[in-house]
Design a protein around this ligand. Structure first.
Ligand SMILES: Nc1ncnc2c1ncn2[C@@H]1O[C@H](COP(=O)(O)OP(=O)(O)OP(=O)(O)O)[C@@H](O)[C@H]1O
Length: 289
């Protein structure tokens, strides 16, 4: 599991993230929602080791990796799907997969068996989950749609066999049908036992995907909602974000990680809810799904 305590981080200009506490048990989804500039990407980058925390801890299964460089954090089991996907325009899908595959290191003295108990994500296994990437294997990053790029970014993170997956605005800029597929994938990965921490300006995405939602306002936790109450009263999350009132029946369906089939929002309701709620998020920008 992922556990953050007192996490404080920022830039030369000052502190952005203030003493954040948060945990993501294995097999669950925790969404952090907040408006633009709230500190969501700063949070993700600090957990991923791209930004050094000023204080606090980042624990993966009890081991503090806070302040370690990104490659060590990745080795400890934290995978990052960055905002904007960051795929290489000139490399093919197949090349991305080959370069990203990181077999677990054998532990000393275990006779060469894998160091970790999790089932390794190989390129073949990733393509089973994301068959569209197999169809596009020979295409370059620049030739992929936004949804395909998002799936490739997800594939790259999975190839490190993460225990924790960080998703920075995973449905940004995607058509509703593709955003729905991403939500389904998030549920499937949580069911595999991965701890998923996603950040997004979209309360709809959070309600549809997450077991727990934290509201981040100017780098501070200002509200937290757990599964049952979250879904029985999604308007409370809306109010915590100081958005206009929630349209009736705007949010539907069980959380992705708890759905018996591993899917969520399989009807059109989810997409409509996303659209309805996103429309009232200030400055959601062109990335709104
Ligand atoms: N590299 C940087 N150097 C200095 N300040 C930064 C840097 N990156 C972000 N900031 C500042 O930190 C604050 C939080 O930014 P951050 O990108 O974490 O917010 P966010 O919630 O992810 O917003 P968005 O939804 O727009 O991506 C903002 O005031 C931003 O200007």
């Amino acid at each position: 599991m992922l556990e953050l305590t007192g996490l404080t981080a920022g830039y030369d200009g000052g502190t952005v993230l203030h003493e954040l506490d948060l945990s993501v048990p294995a097999g669950s989804v925790h969404a952090v929602v907040g408006h633009n500039g709230a500190g969501k990407t700063t949070l993700v980058n600090t957990v991923a080791g791209l930004l050094r925390p000023d204080a606090g801890t980042v624990r993966v299964n009890g081991r503090d990796v806070g302040g370690r460089p990104a490659h060590q954090v990745a080795r400890a089991g934290i995978g990052l799907v960055p905002q904007g996907r960051r795929v290489f325009a000139g490399l093919t899908v197949g090349e991305h997969l080959r370069l990203s595959y990181r077999p677990p290191r054998p532990a000393k003295g275990d006779g060469g068996r894998a160091a970790r108990r999790e089932r390794t994500w190989t390129p073949e296994r990733v393509l089973e989950l994301l068959p569209r990437l197999g169809e596009r294997r020979g295409h370059r990053g620049s030739e992929l749609s936004g949804g395909e790029q998002q799936m490739l970014a997800l594939a790259r993170a999975l190839l490190g066999t993460p225990r924790v997956l960080l998703l920075d605005e995973p449905t940004e800029g995607l058509a509703p049908v593709v955003a729905r597929r991403i939500r389904e994938l998030i549920g499937t990965l949580a069911q595999e036992g991965i701890s998923v921490l996603l950040v997004s300006p979209s309360p709809a995405l959070a309600v549809q995907c997450a077991d727990t939602v934290t509201v981040l306002t100017s780098g501070r936790v200002t509200a937290r909602f757990e599964g049952g109450p979250l879904r029985s009263d999604p308007g409370a999350l809306h109010a915590a974000l100081e958005l206009s009132p929630l349209p009736s029946a705007a949010v539907d369906g069980p959380p992705a990680s708890k759905a018996s089939t591993g899917t969520v929002g399989t009807g059109e309701d989810g997409a409509e809810a996303d659209g309805a709620l996103k429309a009232s998020v200030p400055d959601a920008g062109p990335g709104a799904p």
